[in-house]
Design a protein around this ligand. Structure first.
Ligand code: NAD
Length: 474
């Protein structure tokens, strides 16, 4: 996991991030880094002192919790016990204490509006501020206005004319079990990397880049949804669909109430936010003669990173200079080397940067599995230029007769005489021929989510068992 200072918002569903934005940072004690905080929040420790119970907090109650060792802060209607977080706050304890026992929303927005506090402080959530019924009614009225595209002007950042033809919009619809929020970005170069979706409890936010702005949807959902959600992009029309799963199969009268900056365009500012994103380390090379000299203490980690020019995260990585810092967590993942035991046939299905987990698998398989008879890689890309390490792969296949490599292009030029198209039953059934009828086989698959999902379905149709398939998911 790579953790890089960025001006952008965090990656979908990542646990992140504190930052500075034109404000001073204080040196943190050892063992008080962002990663340490994430570890603490995942340790199961009761960080609120309420044993997981959520309560409704009155203003009087909030005011009572105004000391360092008993400090509650309200942000956008939610109350957090920030005492456990004090020593981890990059801005220092005093800065946090400025909002002790009060509503810190304004202060928070002035300093680091883009920090995903909902995620950072999830385990510190005490509950909601008690809301008067009249306010709830207003929210519903506002929601109706939002759905009619008429959010009160005061809540809209006037970066682009709201009524202009290129102003994004959204809509929602539901089935018994699902709620789909469709965002019409009105621009065509949207890809998954430029969308961030985050939801905690009933707070839902999605944002995407529109020119120099972020388009933000930020809603307090009217009903509870499950943690899992999916995001689809229809690139040709610039539509994003976020599919949430209802906790209960009831019909929703309205989607929810708008939260701050809902349905608005906000200039992308340099807020210095820290963001966290998983990457699969690769080897320095596929070919031993290209390998860098091995330095003592394994000093290097290699990553293959594709820069998406319109993305939120990777352009920041691209701007890093020698001497800049990134922090790297310990490894995560569930791939077990025991899957290779007595393996005879290994099939690798990779799409785009989904090739990265295959690098170490190839290195390992060709050197450390004595039983291995055949490794076949089918590598899906849009164009020839997108094929990562093509010449190394071709050289390796030439050198080691156990390896076959096939490239499949989804958007080739007319001169391309190799395989074309997307992952399909026809391509797979021809490719996945075992060396022997009953050979021990493993198929690894990695790429964009729809590619991987479709691939796994096809593999099941072709009678590969669960144990014979490993899919990598980001
Ligand atoms: P890309 O958009 O360039 O697409 C590469 C190929 O994937 C296409 O040529 C096509 O054959 C296939 N593809 C794309 N969209 C598809 C769809 N909707 N249905 C079927 N096939 C489709 O790919 P990229 O930009 O390099 O993205 C690679 C993806 O792999 C990223 O989403 C990344 O997060 C993921 N990834 C995951 C891991 C991991 O889980 N460990 C590691 C690396 C990359």
């Amino acid at each position: 996991m790579l953790n890089v200072p960025s001006q952008s918002f965090p990656a979908p569903r990542s646990q992140q991030r504190v930052a500075s934005g034109g404000r001073s940072k204080v040196p943190l004690k050892q063992g008080r880094s962002l990663m340490d905080w994430i570890r603490l929040t995942k340790s199961g420790k009761d960080l609120t002192g309420l044993k997981g119970r959520l309560i409704e907090v009155t203003e009087e109650e909030l005011k009572k919790h105004n000391k360092k060792d008993d400090c509650w802060i309200c942000i956008r209607g939610f109350v957090y016990n920030v005492s456990p977080y004090m020593e981890y706050h990059p801005g220092g304890e005093d800065e946090l204490m400025r909002a002790a026992g009060s509503d810190g929303t304004e202060l928070f927005d002035q300093v680091h509006r883009w920090v995903n506090y909902e995620s950072m402080l999830k385990e510190c959530l005490v509950g909601r501020m008690a809301i008067k019924p009249a306010v709830l009614k207003d929210y519903r009225e506002e929601e109706k206005k939002v759905l009619n595209g008429m959010l009160p002007k005061s809540q809209v950042t006037d970066t682009l004319a709201k009524e202009g033809p290129s102003y994004p919009s959204y809509d929602w619809f539901q089935t018994d079990s699902l709620v789909t929020i469709a965002i019409y970005t009105k621009q065509k170069d949207i890809n998954l990397d430029s969308i961030i979706v985050d939801h905690q409890n009933d707070s839902f936010r999605a944002e995407t880049i529109i020119k120099d702005c972020l388009y933000l949807i930020h809603i307090g959902l009217s009903h509870e949804v499950q943690e899992d959600f999916s995001v689809r992009v229809v690139e040709s029309v610039g539509k994003i669909e976020i599919v949430l799963q209802k906790k209960e199969n009831t019909s929703w009268d309205f989607l929810g109430h708008p939260l701050k900056n809902h349905n608005s365009l906000i200039p992308r500012k340099d807020t210095g936010t820290e963001i966290v994103k998983p990457y699969t380390p690769v080897s320095g090379s596929l070919l031993s003669e290209f390998k860098e000299p091995v330095l003592p203490n394994n000093k290097y980690i290699y990553f293959l990173i594709k820069i998406y020019p319109t993305g939120l995260f990777t352009p920041e990585l691209d701007r890093l200079q020698i001497g800049d810092f990134v922090s790297v967590s310990s490894p995560e993942g569930n791939f077990k080397i025991s899957k290779f035991q007595e393996l005879e046939d290994l099939f690798l299905l990779a799409a785009g940067t989904g090739f990265t987990p295959m690098v170490k698998i190839l290195n390992y398989a060709l050197t450390d599995i004595p039983s291995l008879r055949k490794v076949k890689l089918m590598f899906f890309n849009k164009t020839e230029d997108d094929i990562i390490w093509r010449s190394q792969l071709e050289k390796l296949a030439f050198k080691d007769k156990r390896l076959d490599v096939e490239f499949v292009l989804s958007a080739p030029i007319s001169e391309w005489n190799g395989k074309q198209g997307h992952i399909s039953p026809a391509l797979l059934s021809e490719f996945l021929k075992r060396n022997l009828d009953k050979s021990k086989v493993l198929v690894c698959i990695c790429g964009p989510v729809p590619f991987t999902e479709q691939g796994v379905r096809l593999l099941h149709d072709l009678n590969f068992s669960k144990n014979e398939i490993h899919s990598f998911t980001a």
